[in-house]
Design a protein around this ligand. Structure first.
Ligand code: T5A
Length: 209
């Protein structure tokens, strides 16, 4: 692929949207053509699947159906959006990707890792992000940060124990893949978090130096 693929991950309310905006500014400053997207979502179909996954309408899917819907959305997103952009040399910045599936459906829901790995291979082949920023935050703090903006979605309403498992999952992913993942303390003040992310990006991606 000609473009770079950067993902940003972390607990609910950890600051992904806030810091993606910063990342976009950095790429714009460097004159790098880029596309911002998100998961679940990123195409018309995947956004509809996102609603099925997140609407708290009492029709929530079983854990396995949730996993399969996430990969169905991802397959559409990859084929119609991410892969064509990367092939054309655009950078893609994605708010969550498959690490979220390992963290939420694997560590959180307890679905077998082997099943997620198999779906990852079917859906992505060898495609993996070049760099993943993982924002680490106590889930109680993250949920408090987003609590003020109105109703929580179906997954945000999960128990604090579920969100703690997700957080531990992200920390385990960062430890297992230090060459791809950077774990950032998202409890620091926003300027400090932004500066740490910027330093990590510049250090790891030579095009940004
Ligand atoms: N999901 C997703 C799965 O289960 N499996 C999967 O495979 C995938 C891809 C998607 C949901 O889907 C699940 C996970 C999620 O439950 P989402 O759209 O990613 O949801 O939504 P959230 O993770 O909930 O994202 P949010 O938009 O709620 O949170 P952000 O983007 O992390 O946080 P942000 O930047 O909006 O900030 C939240 C608030 O905190 C403040 C901000 O100003 C804002 O008010 N803030 C800070 N406050 C203090 N200190 C800081 N350092 C701050 N940084 C930001």
């Amino acid at each position: 692929m000609k473009g770079r693929f950067i993902t940003i991950e972390g607990a609910e309310g950890a600051g992904k949207s806030t810091n993606i905006a910063l990342l976009e500014r950095l790429l714009t400053e460097r004159g790098i053509d880029h596309l911002r997207s998100r998961e679940p979502g990123g195409t018309a179909l995947a956004e509809r699947i996102r609603s099925l996954l997140l609407d708290d309408d009492g029709l929530g899917p079983s854990a396995l159906a949730e996993l399969l819907l996430i990969f169905a959305a991802r397959a559409d997103h990859l084929e119609k959006c991410i892969v064509p952009a990367l092939e054309q040399g655009q950078w893609v910045i994605c708010d969550r990707f498959t690490d979220a599936t390992f963290a939420y459906q694997g560590y959180g829901r307890g679905l077998p890792r082997a099943a997620i790995e198999a779906l990852q291979t079917i859906t992505q082949g060898q495609l993996r992000p070049d760099l993943t920023i993982i924002l680490d935050l106590d889930p109680a703090v993250g949920l408090q940060r987003i609590g003020g903006r109105g109703g929580l979605d179906r997954i945000e309403r999960e128990s604090i124990d579920f969100h703690a498992k997700v957080r531990n999952g992200y920390v385990a992913i960062a430890k297992a893949e230090p060459e791809r993942c950077v774990l950032i303390d998202a409890a620091a003040d926003p300027a400090q978090v932004a500066a740490t992310i910027r330093a990590a990006l510049v250090e790891r991606l030579p095009e940004l130096q």
